[in-house]
Design a binder for this molecule. Structure first.
Ligand SMILES: [Zn+2]
Length: 317
């Protein structure tokens, strides 16, 4: 079967998969990144893994990469990583292309995840779609008229960096009150730590903090499911802020559908009620019904989108 090689480079892990044009995965491998060593460790590792794949008899026709950080798509250059060193102005695409003599296409993982859900997942059948990946951070992707929209400098579609709370918490981008600064996994964990410090209300979060020495978004969600009042306040606030971001984005793009993925976005309860809240509050209520739905590709959306980039590079749309 003819396949392309899809690569997903995240902050803590990387993944490789061989994917057919129809979206069948014929090979998959996942590894942990050495975060402190960044690009210097990962690039030779990727080359070694691709060589192993080829020596096992696979011959991918092209490579597509979804990278966890800003990418200049036109120049095919990584601009930076917010997680690991060595990626500033990095030419991973050129390095892999020269080494394997294959077409290589790279884009930011928010855009790539959107492309994955659009072609193979929850976005099938729509033409205009917004995609959020809510995990450690909040990434975004915008599909307009069936194409990825990236903006003039390839740095648009950052739906997680729409400011929604004036003078809110400082964000990873340097601004304040962005969707990411309240709704990301790291931000949820920070709010939980602050809440435990400041509240008199009994909460299981305090017991978890005392036991493990830290709190994660996962802890907040597990307490939320058990009816913990403090966890419920946090998640309710996170969802209200997320709805503000959605309304801002809907007013800009007027999409047909919103697809939400990522570890936090796919957590049970996160997407529940969003469609109703958003559609009650957007301009001219009642005229539009924009569904806010869970992505259907789970944590494979970037791999599928990277495969689509690679197939596109072969002119096989
Ligand atoms: Zn921001």
């Amino acid at each position: 079967m003819r396949t392309v090689l899809a690569i997903d480079v995240g902050g803590s892990q990387y993944r490789l998969a061989l994917i057919s044009k129809k979206g069948e995965i014929t090979f998959h491998h996942r590894g942990k990144t050495q975060r402190e060593q960044g690009a210097i460790w990962l690039i030779p590792r990727l080359i070694e893994e691709i060589e192993q794949i080829k020596s096992s008899g696979y011959n991918p026709l092209a490579i597509g990469v979804g990278f966890g950080g800003p990418v200049n798509y036109k120049a095919q250059q990584i601009l930076a990583s917010l997680h690991a060193p060595g990626w500033d102005q990095n030419n991973l695409s050129e390095i892999l292309s020269a080494h394997f003599n294959l077409p290589v296409t790279i884009d930011n993982d928010g855009n790539v995840g959107a492309l994955g859900e659009y072609h193979f997942g929850a976005g099938q059948g729509v033409k205009n779609m917004l995609y959020y990946t809510v995990s450690t951070g909040v990434g975004g992707g915008v599909i307009l008229n069936g194409e990825s929209w990236r903006g003039h400098h390839s740095q648009g579609a950052e739906l997680g960096h729409l400011p929604v709370v004036f003078n809110g918490p400082i964000c990873t981008c340097g601004y304040r009150g962005c969707v990411e600064s309240i709704c990301s996994g790291l931000s949820i964990a920070r709010q939980a730590l602050e809440a435990v410090e400041n509240t008199q209300i009994p909460t299981s979060l305090r017991a978890i903090l005392n036991k493990t020495g830290d709190l994660t978004a996962k802890d907040v969600f597990s307490c939320y499911y058990e009816g913990d009042k403090v966890a419920q306040q946090i998640i309710d606030y996170v969802k209200r802020v997320f709805v503000s971001g959605l309304i801002g984005a809907i007013n800009l793009f007027d999409p047909e559908a919103i697809v939400i993925g990522g570890g936090v976005g796919l957590a049970p309860g996160f997407v529940d009620g969003l469609t109703e809240q958003v559609n009650e509050q957007i301009m001219i209520p009642g005229r539009r019904q924009i569904p806010c739905v869970r992505g259907t590709l789970g944590d494979n959306s970037v791999l599928f989108g990277a495969a689509k980039l690679a197939w596109n590079s072969l002119g096989m749309e």
